[in-house]
Design a protein around this ligand. Structure first.
Ligand code: TXA
Ligand code: MG
Length: 348
């Protein structure tokens, strides 16, 4: 699981760097998910990224850098909070949205005057940025509409034949995309929750708010507010099977899921269940997959996308999942899980 323990193959990094310098595309590991990289200053490379992913071209890309001065090179009116946040969290799973200058073309920012930037904490990613001399524009390396890739084989499944190379850095560390913060308004605003949570950000910059467009009420709506990050507006990954989240006290959740699964099976459906190490023995029917250990929330974040891909392969019709409002990463985990479920939740 720990990428940093794998030796860096400098030959592979050099080959990949040559591809990037010539305007080609290379998928590479980061600590969050795999990225599909191209030279961020090359508009043709950015166009190729959208094409390979089948992604709408108004959904901007994140620019990956290896030193803070590169953020200064591509931004204008950089607020002081950027330096503070970089000192606290870079390299790491935090993306900052700042005003851009002319260095990064509109093709990379989906036509916006702002640019999203992060310094990934992964030795392969950093070596690639340094060796190529490129700032690398990279969205998650999945086909648009599929879960983000957490290992090289996921990238291969989605993009083989469409890109020049994949650097295999093993299984990623975190498994959910970076936290995105907007620094262009008065108050630092979270546009996408991730490993770096609200409390961690508050410790560094004081006031932090959540983009109202990503806060859902108990009716499963945002009350009309639209997410500021264009990518959070799109209908996101929905597994082939119809996913429902069941939340409440553990024992009640298990019996409710057992009952729903039995009903589904009786109706001739193939049913999948997302369980934890703690509960897996308590389910008595269906395809039960273990997402992780409740006492180690990182394990749940790490396996979420993988388990959703596995249920697609198993071709289940219905999926029932426990809820994972864990203390630190709960917001990020539930943001992705609720999206996959189209916000469908049953309270027991
Ligand atoms: O962890 C990550 O951030 C991964 C790895 C590869 O670094 N990348 C990633 O990229 O998740 P992607 O393209 O799948 O998601 C980028 C998100 C999208 O929701 C996009 O709309 C938003 O960032 N975004 C990019 N530039 C933006 C900007 N200028 N303003 C607001 N949102 C922006
Ligand atoms: Mg993505």
């Amino acid at each position: 699981m720990d990428v940093s323990q794998e030796p860096i193959n400098i030959e592979h990094i050099r080959e990949a760097s040559e591809i990037l310098k010539k305007g080609g595309l290379v998928a590479f590991p980061t600590e969050t998910v795999y990225g599909l990289g191209g030279d961020a200053t090359d508009k043709e490379a950015s166009k190729k990224i959208y094409q390979a992913k089948g992604r709408p071209s108004d959904n901007p890309l994140i620019v990956h850098i290896a030193k803070f001065s590169q953020l200064e090179d591509i931004s204008s009116d950089l607020p002081e909070t950027a330096r503070k946040l970089a000192d606290a969290f870079w390299p790491g799973p935090l993306t900052m949205v700042v005003n851009k200058n002319e260095v990064i073309p509109y093709e990379t920012t989906g036509g916006l005057d702002t640019v999203a930037v992060r310094m990934p904490n992964n030795p392969v990613a950093l070596a690639l940025i340094e060796e190529s001399g490129c700032m690398i524009a990279a969205p998650s390396a999945n086909t648009s509409g599929r879960p983000s890739p957490t290992k090289a084989s996921h990238v291969y499944e989605d993009l083989s034949g469409k890109i020049e190379a994949i650097l295999d850095g093993g299984s990623v560390d975190i498994g959910l995309e970076s936290t995105i913060v907007d620094l262009t308004e008065d108050v630092v605003t979270i546009l996408r929750p991730g490993y770096i949570n609200m409390e961690m950000l508050k410790e560094v910059v004081g006031q932090v708010r959540m983009d109202p467009g990503i806060v859902y009420n108990d009716k499963g709506t945002t009350g009309g507010a639209k997410p500021k990050a264009p990518g959070m507006r799109y209908k996101h990954y929905a597994p082939k099977g119809d996913l429902t989240i069941v939340s409440g006290e553990e024992d009640k959740v298990v019996s409710a899921i057992n009952e729903l699964a039995a009903q589904g099976i009786a109706a001739g459906k193939k049913v999948g269940i997302i369980a934890t190490i703690e509960t897996k023995g308590k389910y008595n029917c269906g395809e039960v997959l273990v997402i992780g250990d409740r006492t180690e929330e990182k394990s749940i974040a790490h396996n979420l996308y993988n388990i959703l891909r596995e249920f697609d392969e198993l071709d289940v019709d219905l999926i029932y999942s426990e809820s994972f409002a864990t203390p630190n990463m709960g917001q990020a985990i539930m943001n992705r899980l609720l999206k996959a479920a189209g916000q469908k939740t049953i309270e027991v």
